[in-house]
Design a protein around this ligand. Structure first.
Ligand code: GUN
Ligand code: FE
Length: 435
C-alpha cells in the first residue's frame, strides 16, 4: 500500500453502491445510488451502475457519501505541541510556547508531527490541506505528505524579521527565499500532482519588506500560492501599524501581494478598506473558529464576507491552538459563534458545509478538481456511517443539518483520496511504519 502511494495510483475501479450522495454541487443535489471511481476520477454518479469489471465494490446501503473536507489552514509541525495554548494571546503564545518548540524540531520530529496530524485529519474526513511548516526540516513534512496519500499544498515558513523571534528561527532574507525555491523545485507537482508548494511568509510581524517583495515575484514566476496570517489579533495589528504605518491588508496590497493567489488565515479585524481590497483583488480568506476562540483572538465577520462574495475556507489551524484538527468541530463552531452573535438564521448548515468543501476548493483555486462530487472530478471523498444516529424517523431529517450539527469524526467510515482508499472501516492505513 505504502509503495502504491509513492508510485501514484495504478488504474483501478471502485464502485460504491446504494449510497446517499451529498454532491455539494452548485444546486446542492443529494442523490441516491451508485458512484463509480476509475483511476483518480469520478467516472459516473447516481442511479444504478453496472458492476462488471470493477476491482472493488463498497456496499454503502444506509451510508452517506460526501466530498472530503478541504481545510485551508493547518500547521502540521505543531501537532506535537498540543495542549500548549492555555491562557495566552497570540504574540505571547508564539514567543513563549510555539517558537521555542519550532526551534527545537528535528527532521524526525517534523516527520512524526506531520504523520500524526495527517492521521487525525484523514480520520475526520479531511482530504486536502493548506499547510504551513516551520523554518527548518520542511522536507520531512513533504515526505510524510507524500507517503500518507493526503492532498496538500505546503511550504516552509519564512521569518527574517522581528525582535521577538528566537535566534534559531531567524533567517537571512536571501537564504529564506532560496530555500523556499529549492523546496518548491523538489516538491511542487510531486505525488503525481497531489502535492503543491506555497510560499509561507508567516505574518508581516516576522517578515521584512524585501522578503515579501521576493515572495511576490517568485510566486508570480512559479505560479504558486502565498499562504500567510493576517489581522488575527489586535496586538499583532498594533505591531504592523507601528512598524509599517499601515494595517495588514493595506500593507500587503502596497507591496503588490494582494492578488487572487494570496490566502489570509484568520482575517478577524478587517476595516472597510481591507475588506474592499480583499474583494477587489480576489484575495482568499481562511476562517479558523476554534483557534480564534481558544486564543481569544476575536470573532471573524464571516456572514458579511460571504455576502461580499469573498471565497472563504475553514481550517483548524495548528493542533497547538485548539487541540484538534477535526473539521466536524470547526464546522459546528463556525455556525454556533455566528448564531450567538447574529441570530439563528444567519448561516444555514448547507452554507457551512459548502465552506468546508467547495469553499475551500475555491480558496485553493482547485474548484474544477475537488470540493464537490461530480463526474470528471478527482475522487476525494468520505463515507459516513450514521446508522446509530438517534433520530426517528431519520430518513426525513435534513442531511445538511445532520452532518453539520450531529455527525462526528467517529462516524467516518471510509476515506478515499485521488481514487485511493486511505482509511477504511476505522483501520488507518496511512501509517505502516512503527512509530
Ligand atoms: N501567526 C503567526 N504565526 C502563527 C501561528 O503559528 N499560529 C497562529 N494561530 N497564528 C500565527
Ligand atoms: Fe496559523
Amino acid at each position: 500500500h505504502y509503495a502504491n502511494l509513492k508510485e501514484g495510483n495504478p488504474m483501478k475501479t471502485i464502485l460504491i453502491r446504494n449510497a446517499t450522495i451529498m454532491t455539494m454541487n452548485e444546486r446542492g443535489d443529494i442523490l441516491t445510488g451508485d458512484l463509480l471511481i476509475r483511476g483518480k476520477r469520478i467516472a459516473q454518479i447516481g442511479g444504478e451502475i453496472a458492476e462488471g469489471g470493477v476491482d472493488r465494490i463498497i456496499e454503502a446501503d444506509g451510508k452517506v457519501v460526501l466530498p472530503g473536507f478541504v481545510q485551508t489552514h493547518i500547521h502540521l509541525c505543531q501537532t506535537l505541541f498540543r495542549g500548549r495554548a492555555d491562557d495566552l494571546a497570540l504574540i505571547e503564545w508564539l514567543r513563549e510556547r510555539i517558537w521555542p518548540l519550532e526551534a527545537a524540531h528535528s527532521a524526525d520530529s517534523v516527520y512524526y508531527s506531520a504523520m500524526l496530524g495527517i492521521g487525525e485529519l484523514i480520520r475526520s474526513g479531511t482530504t486536502t490541506i493548506l499547510d504551513m511548516e516551520t523554518v527548518h526540516h520542511t522536507d520531512s513534512a513533504f515526505q510524510a505528505i507524500l507517503e500518507s496519500g493526503i492532498r496538500a499544498i505546503s511550504g516552509k515558513v519564512m521569518m527574517d524579521h522581528g525582535t521577538e523571534v528566537p535566534l534559531a528561527l531567524q533567517e537571512n532574507t536571501q537564504q529564506s527565499l532560496q530555500q523556499s525555491v529549492d523546496l518548491l523545485e523538489k516538491w511542487n507537482g510531486a505525488g503525481d500532482g497531489r502535492i503543491q508548494y506555497a510560499f509561507c511568509p508567516r505574518f508581516v510581524v516576522s517578515c521584512t519588506e524585501e522578503l515579501l517583495i521576493g515572495v511576490r515575484d517568485l510566486s508570480e514566476q512559479y505560479k504558486v500560492k502565498v499562504h500567510t496570517h493576517a489581522s488575527e489579533n489586535t496586538g499583532e495589528i498594533a505591531i504592523v501599524e507601528a512598524e509599517r504605518g499601515k494595517r495588514n491588508v493595506v500593507y500587503l496590497d502596497h507591496i503588490g501581494l494582494a492578488r487572487p493567489n494570496l490566502i489570509l488565515a484568520h482575517s478577524i479585524w478587517l476595516d472597510e478598506e481591507e475588506k474592499r481590497i480583499i474583494k477587489e483583488r480576489g484575495v482568499k480568506v481562511t476562517h479558523c473558529p476554534g483557534s480564534n476562540m481558544k486564543l481569544a483572538s476575536g470573532i471573524a465577520e464571516i456572514p458579511e464576507l460571504l455576502r461580499e462574495g469573498i471565497d472563504i475556507g475553514i481550517g483548524a489551524d495548528g493542533a497547538a491552538c485548539n487541540n484538534n484538527l477535526d473539521m466536524y468541530q470547526e464546522m459546528r463552531l463556525t455556525a454556533f459563534i455566528q448564531k450567538v452573535k447574529h441570530g439563528p438564521t444567519v448561516m444555514d448548515a448547507r452554507t457551512v458545509l459548502r465552506m468546508a468543501t467547495m469553499g475551500g476548493a475555491k480558496v485553493l483555486g482547485m474548484e474544477n478538481d475537488i470540493g464537490s462530487l461530480e463526474e470528471g472530478k478527482l475522487a476525494d471523498l468520505q463515507m459516513l456511517d450514521l446508522e446509530d444516529f438517534h433520530v426517528y424517523p431519520s430518513y426525513d431529517a435534513d442531511w445538511f443539518s445532520r452532518v453539520v450539527y450531529a455527525a462526528t469524526r467517529g462516524d467516518v467510515d471510509t476515506v478515499i483520496i485521488d481514487g485511493q482508499i486511505v482509511m477504511e472501516k476505522r483501520i488507518m492505513k496511512t501509517i505502516d511504519k512503527p512509530l
